[in-house]
Design a protein around this ligand. Sequence first.
Ligand code: GTP
Ligand code: MG
Length: 196
Amino acid sequence: QLYRKAYYNGSATELSQLPEDQGYEVAFAGRSNAGKSSAINCITEISALARTSKTPGRTQMINFFSFDDERALVDLPGYGYAKVPEKMKLKWQHTLAQYLETRQCLRGMMLMMDIRHPLKPFDIQMLTWANQADLPVHILLTKSDKLKKGAGKQSLLSVRNELKKLSLNASVQLFSSLNKSGKEEATQKLDDWFEV
Ligand code: GTP
Ligand code: MG
């Protein structure tokens, strides 16, 4: 199984530090605390691969987790973290937009949103950038264990509706790193993008 072979393969804080633009990359994006690092650990089944934290803003660099010479996951820093100075936020937004626009090996973006707080302004921004760059987006509504089954389904439908209204293009699913629900569906999407 490919994803269990994941290993930490370096970090970058600016575009000039990125590894060579070759092979396949999938970026994990989302607001601070949305559960990006937890999702990576869940999917790879390596519990301490990406550092998770109750404190938002834990991941502050672009972290690379490779499976082989050709395929890697990219854990992006959580955006929208209030305590980061404005100047740094702007710089990071610029780096992020540039990365999404120029990175040839990028096959898709997994966008994590806490199911209780979906489609915040920054999520819309990410979706807009990705759509403009013709980059496929798959949304994980994370921490679905926090809602009852019916409420979870309701949220899923309303997010899909909202996307349609906004003319934003993305697939959406429920996900929980805690009880691993939605893991198969997310892995299937990665298989498509990585051409596994
Ligand atoms: P940053 O790196 O700060 O941007 O955060 P992140 O998006 O990587 O979030 P992270 O995975 O560190 O998780 C944030 C918090 O949410 C941690 O306390 C996790 O334990 C918790 N969490 C993540 N996924 C789930 C989930 O599926 N269910 C529940 N109940 N909690 C979760
Ligand atoms: Mg993180």
